[in-house]
Design a protein around this ligand. Sequence first.
Ligand code: ZN
Ligand code: ZN
Length: 337
Amino acid sequence: MQQQVKSSSQADPEFRKQEGAGGLWDSLKKAAFIIGSGIFLLAAFGNSITWHLQRFWGASGDFWQTQWTKLHLLFGDNEWALFFMGSMILPTASFWVFNALLMLADSTGKPSFITRYRIQADKNNPVDPVKLRHAVKTVWCNQLFLSMPMVCLTYLVMKWRGDPCSVELPTFHWVLLEIAVCGLLEEILFYYSHRLFHHPAIYKHIHKIHHEWTAPIGIVSLYSHPAEHVLSNMLPVLIGPVLLGTHLATLSLWFTIALLVTTVSHCGYHLPLLPSPEFHDFHHLKFNQCYGVLGVLDRLHGTDTIFRQTKAYDRHLLLLSLTPLTESIPDTPKKTQ
Ligand SMILES: [Zn+2]
Ligand SMILES: [Zn+2]
């Protein structure tokens, strides 16, 4: 229904004329919808997990606080270990488990219920194993030699400005608010650092590596030059927790979300119920469009004008059915690409 409304209104020349003025507002609304629905899903997910754990494990009272207190008693003397587990091991393990599943699909073309959602149907079918091995090695190096020291440094800064591992957990609503702020800060820092890396004088030395993949896969999210990994991948994600002085629990959840979201945006499959990867996939395809994460700054700076005239833009929505968008919105000659 939403797709039909969008397509018919775009076909109207009057609408196109007015679009410039209302475009930014539309973009803001879309971003608010993305963040809002994400936060809503997270809240529902948190509530149902708590409910299931309490029901099946017989826990009572404040479940998460009880678990955290136990963990704190166990590792309280060694906060480093606690911080390292929450900020590095949990998010990194989630990243690799998700990416292992995606790499299996990329390498074998199976299961077909995943591969039929591929955005660039003729690419990575299957993925080049040599190219894949090289990407995996680079990502390991980035995580081991850059992410890890940066996270340790973050611990020292956060310890200096507060107590990230305090016994008392923040409320779930406060956690959600902090994650929304972290998301907005990431959008601003990522957009401008990313555009900087596209400057002709810098691009060929640094960002070109990430763009070797014109049809990206999940693991490519962290496949980059070391300088880019520090400035564009890590800093925009770290800045929120440091500025807000978040609790380790928030930081852990935020890092995990950030890693999973960037994996989805690179994975090359537009899967049901997951955030749309069309925006960043288009960036890898065309290079000079769609620099941000949410798309608000791209609308503001006019760096999504070509994208908005494509089928990829029509498909840039949350897929709520099992029919792949390449089938429900096929590439017809009607619309200019
Ligand atoms: Zn990318
Ligand atoms: Zn780029």
